[in-house]
Design a protein around this ligand. Structure first.
Ligand SMILES: C[S@@+](CC[C@H](N)C(=O)[O-])C[C@H]1O[C@@H](n2cnc3c(N)ncnc32)[C@H](O)[C@@H]1O
Length: 478
């Protein structure tokens, strides 16, 4: 019997759901963050529950051949790139396995072909968007020692942080001075904004007291067009201060093409504004995926890894196998990127999306390219807009449905609507293998569809996240 505090030797067997590594002691599962399959580690048991235990690595006794040295100074504290200690080839293979496991365990699909993960050429500096939080600073052990040595209490500046949330600590932020996910200039902007905020003695919004001013800093950068958006999210409007903010940014970072201030009084921690004030430039940036450019505003969803998005969309296009007169529904269409990527292959494409600004962007994107066979409908798919869209507004049935829902997957009503439409092919793009497997099972219920194949794509190197494209064809179809 294992108890908390025990120190034991463990052999790490595999990665389980959400990238947690798993060892077993007499069949009993022990989750061991930071372990890699093939490692033998000395570990301390930190929690024991009925069906499993959690353990912490104390020492790697025999390293896995897949182990490598993390590049980032914040590795282990930040939680952002928790697979940096795993070789990139290992990451890609474990992502493939994660998809295969979810399909088998949750979806009940045995022996489905899951192709090797399409890995990224740029393992670092790949994100076109980073969302930083203003918050109470997470003091590292060294910082606490330093304060103690200086025999003084922490000042507001010591407690001020702009960076990323500490894992499982929504109330504490790691003050980030560098990050290998976005450009070096992005990190320099974070540091400049922090200096500005501290010098002006600006307050941080608290989700406990709902007071304070600064909430988030969101930086979007393009890969192909050399544009940058800085979006500062605050709890209220302060025009004079924002004039100074804009002047500071443009003086130090003249290549910033647009600056916006989003204002939100929402109590939750989301970097979305209820109102937006454009401080500089057009209020959006333009990025290219494949042969087309897209207009992206502050609150629109846009794939965060531009180069991998191209590969993802190519996989979608290949699975959709469109014929020139085909009607396609692109559900959860965001700024219309998938719709426009496949538009040249199809007769018509109809996108459905719940966020109005994304629909506006999608319509403008189509217009900008002179694409006349794409239409974008504003609507919440959970409200069964698809039924109304099919029966009243559009009077068409799709030959192919492409869907790309958020992590939570599709509402059962949406699955029912798609089944009722009975397209010949469904191409399901997902960033969550578990909800995807659940929805695929529902779509295939009673043998209506067959799951043909699936293609994982690595959009987020050094994390355990995986994007997967699955192809369903109607039973008896091709
Ligand atoms: C994962 S993103 C995909 C966007 C797009 N396909 C792309 O590749 O950029 C999911 C999109 O679904 C939209 N969305 C979320 N829930 C929705 C709903 N219930 N009805 C319609 N759209 C929704 C979000 O606003 C977001 O744009």
């Amino acid at each position: 019997m294992m108890t908390r505090g025990d120190e034991i030797t463990l052999s790490v067997e595999r990665f389980g759901a959400e990238g947690k590594s798993v060892a077993r002691v007499d069949g009993f599962v022990v989750f061991i963050p930071g372990g890699i399959p093939g490692d033998t580690v000395k570990a301390r048991i930190t929690r024991v529950s009925k069906n499993f235990a959690d353990a912490q690595v104390l020492e790697v006794l025999v390293p896995s051949t897949l182990r490598t040295t993390p590049r980032c100074a914040y590795y282990g504290t930040c939680g952002g790139c928790s697979w940096q200690h795993l070789s990139y080839a290992g990451q890609c293979e474990f992502k493939r396995q994660q998809v295969a496991d979810a399909l088998e365990r949750i979806g009940g699909f045995i022996g489905t072909t899951v192709l090797p993960t399409l890995g990224a050429e740029n393992e670092y500096y790949y994100r076109n968007k980073m969302e930083f939080s203003f918050g109470v600073r997470w003091l590292t052990a060294e910082e606490m020692v330093r304060l103690k040595e200086q025999e003084r209490p922490a000042t507001p500046a010591d407690q001020f942080a702009l960076g990323l949330h500490i894992p499982r600590r929504f109330d504490r932020v790691l003050d980030l001075r560098e990050c290998h996910l976005q450009s070096l200039e992005s990190a320099a902007i974070v540091n400049a904004v922090r200096d500005f905020a501290v010098a002006k003695e600006l307050t941080i919004y608290s989700t406990f007291t709902h007071t304070g001013y600064l909430r988030n800093l969101v930086i979007r950068e393009t890969r192909h067009t050399d544009q940058r958006m800085v979006n500062i999210v605050t709890s209220e409007e302060r025009p004079a201060l924002m004039d100074e903010f804009r002047a500071m940014l443009l003086e130090r970072f003249p290549s910033t093409t647009t600056i916006v201030n989003n204002i939100t009084e929402r109590k939750s921690q989301v970097a979305l504004g209820d109102r937006e004030i454009v401080l500089h430039g057009p209020g959006w940036i333009t990025e290219r995926i494949g042969s087309r450019s897209y207009r992206v505003s502050a609150n629109s969803f846009f794939q965060t890894n531009t180069l991998q998005a191209e590969r993802l969309y190519d996989a979608v296009r290949q699975y959709a196998a469109l014929k020139p007169h085909a009607t396609v529904f692109d559900l959860y269409s965001g700024t219309g990127t998938i719709a426009l990527h496949v538009a040249d292959d199809a007769g018509q494409v109809i996108g459905v999306e719940a966020v109005a600004s994304a629909v506006d962007d999608a319509r403008r994107n189509a217009e900008m390219h002179g694409v006349t066979n794409c239409r974008f409908v504003l609507g919440d798919l959970k409200d069964r807009v698809l039924d109304r869209t099919a029966e009243t507004e559009l009077q068409v049935k799709p030959d192919v449905v492409i869907c790309d829902p958020p992590r939570a997957g599709m509402h059962p009503g949406v699955v029912a609507s798609i089944r009722a439409l009975a397209p010949a092919r469904i191409v399901y793009v997902s960033c969550n293998p578990a909800t995807q497997a659940r929805d695929l099972k529902l779509l295939c219920d009673e043998g209506l569809y067959d799951l043909r194949e699936s293609q994982p794509v690595d959009m987020f190197p050094h994390t355990n996240h995986v994007e997967n494209v699955a192809l369903l064809t109607i039973h008896g179809g091709i």
